[in-house]
Design a binder for this molecule. Structure first.
Ligand SMILES: Cc1cn([C@H]2C[C@H](O)[C@@H](COP(=O)(O)O)O2)c(=O)[nH]c1=O
Ligand code: MG
Length: 202
């Protein structure tokens, strides 16, 4: 994006399992609600949709899984991943960089859409309400980079405007990526080198 001839790197950052601990919070709430049911440790998670792996383990469990993340307050109460908010706030302060949060609400949007706004306001500040993009199709959003834990981000636009950086999560750690870079965490400073590298390319 240019503003008076100066190019800005537009960074889209996903929310669930990139900034917020969807998986850890899910497991905690699932064990509380269904103490007698089998569960999957985070180290053993393998599919993007939690319900898919639980259903493989035992028929009917995906329905129970769904009751957890469709409950009022689930999205609002997600804890931030370590270092995530600090990194995003620092990224926004970098010269020539502008950050947006790009997140998909649930199809059952009743609580998740509103609660994503509440999460962003609470953890990043009121101004960031202007920077939250909610869409079920991230390929429709323009930008230079999308940092997102979902390995296959697909939609109506192919190829999308952005380069996808895969944020490492329990469900994708075992996947060998041939044509995409990873960002493993927000704590070791590697995100800064990644952004500096992309700044040189635009
Ligand atoms: C793991 C998981 C996620 N979802 C939902 C939760 C969110 O609304 C989206 C993921 O959004 P993102 O912007 O791609 O992070 O998917 C789900 O429905 N079931 C799941 O198991
Ligand atoms: Mg995500």
């Amino acid at each position: 994006m240019t503003h008076f001839g100066i190019k800005k790197l537009l960074v889209l950052v996903d929310l669930d399992q990139t900034l917020a601990d969807f998986e850890g919070h899910f497991l905690e709430k699932y064990k509380e609600k269904y103490p007698g049911e089998p569960y999957i440790e985070l180290k053993d998670r393998e599919t993007f949709y939690i319900g898919d792996q639980y259903e493989q383990m035992e028929e009917g469990l995906s329905k129970k899984v769904k009751t957890i993340y469709t409950t009022e307050g689930f999205f609002r109460d997600l804890p931030p991943l370590e270092g995530a908010c600090k990194a995003v706030l620092e990224m926004e302060e970098m010269d020539g960089v502008e950050v947006f949060i790009c997140s998909s609400p649930l199809f059952q949007y009743k609580y998740s859409s509103k609660e994503k706004y509440e999460w962003v306001e609470h953890h990043l500040g009121k101004n960031w309400i202007n920077k939250l993009i909610l869409t079920r199709d991230k390929t429709m959003v323009t930008g230079n980079i999308l940092i997102d834990d979902k390995v296959k981000v697909t939609g109506a636009v192919h190829p999308p405007a952005w380069t996808h950086i895969v944020f490492t999560a329990c469900h994708n750690k075992h996947i060998r990526l041939r044509d995409k870079k990873r960002l493993d965490n927000w704590t070791d400073g590697s995100w800064r080198a990644l952004i500096e590298d992309f700044k040189k390319r635009i």
